[in-house]
Design a binder for this molecule. Structure first.
Ligand SMILES: CC(C)(COP(=O)(O)OP(=O)(O)OC[C@H]1O[C@@H](n2cnc3c(N)ncnc32)[C@H](O)[C@@H]1OP(=O)(O)O)[C@@H](O)C(=O)NCCC(=O)NCCS
Length: 197
């Protein structure tokens, strides 16, 4: 697993000019209760897997949230299965905020976190298929992810009801390397050409 202090995420710290505007940021320990509340409300509807408050608190550095003041209105998490593979999980937006782009924003935040941790491949499971398609994920077979299937089996053994959901996948590697190349290119072109002697 990764050294998370090395793979931590710094979001822009510009204060929101309008305090009623949601801020997208990494979660902190103080957010655990509200994240747990949000996830639990949808888990009860079978839309996502349940989490205990302890599970959320222990993995708080893998969550990204949208907050308005002290209220958490959306969250998503990066669930790592190996150094190169992770799931975008626990995507939840408060019902009052649906359709405002916050789901997209927290998933983009999780993608940034994944890149910071050198994760190359993301997958997600969702009944709202157009949500992940709108963010350039492509349909995939869950059989590609035996790690996830094994986790499902363990949860079933604990009595958790698993609702089958379509699977989506996104490779981060290529576009990240491309961005890196553009950045390197920009940096090189900023270096003044050596004067011919
Ligand atoms: C699914 C969910 C996270 C979407 O959050 P959101 O902030 O409302 O989504 P966005 O505004 O960023 O929408 C982005 C795109 O997703 C799609 N989308 C979002 N909600 C949708 C819905 N209920 N049905 C169909 N498509 C939907 C649309 O294509 C939308 O693009 P558009 O607004 O241009 O049409 C939110 O509805 C939610 O919390 N649902 C309950 C929890 C859940 O099901 N989580 C499972 C993992 S996704």
């Amino acid at each position: 697993m990764h050294n998370h202090s090395a793979g931590s995420l710094s979001f822009s710290s510009h204060p929101a000019t309008d305090p009623s505007r949601p801020v997208i940021r990494p979660a902190t320990g103080k957010d655990a209760d509200q994240i747990w509340g949000l996830v639990t409300s949808y888990a009860a509807e079978g839309l996502m897997l349940p989490r205990t408050l302890e599970q959320v608190a222990m993995r708080i550095d893998s969550y990204v949230v949208a907050s308005v003041g002290s209220r958490i209105v959306a969250c998503a998490a990066l669930e790592e299965y190996s150094p190169s593979l992770a799931e975008v999980s626990s995507v939840a937006v408060a019902k009052s905020e649906h359709g405002n782009g916050l789901g997209t924003q927290v998933v983009l935040g999780v993608e940034r976190l994944a890149r910071a941790r050198d994760v190359g491949e993301l997958f997600a499971l969702s009944l709202t298929d157009t949500f992940f398609l709108s963010m350039d994920y492509t349909p995939a077979s869950i059989s590609r992810y035996p790690e996830k299937l094994a986790r499902y089996e363990a949860l079933r053994a604990e009595g958790v009801e698993i609702v089958p959901k379509p699977c989506f996948q996104k490779m981060l590697g290529e576009s990240w390397q491309l961005l890196q190349l553009v950045a390197d290119d920009d940096a090189n072109s900023a270096v003044p050409a050596r004067r011919a002697s």
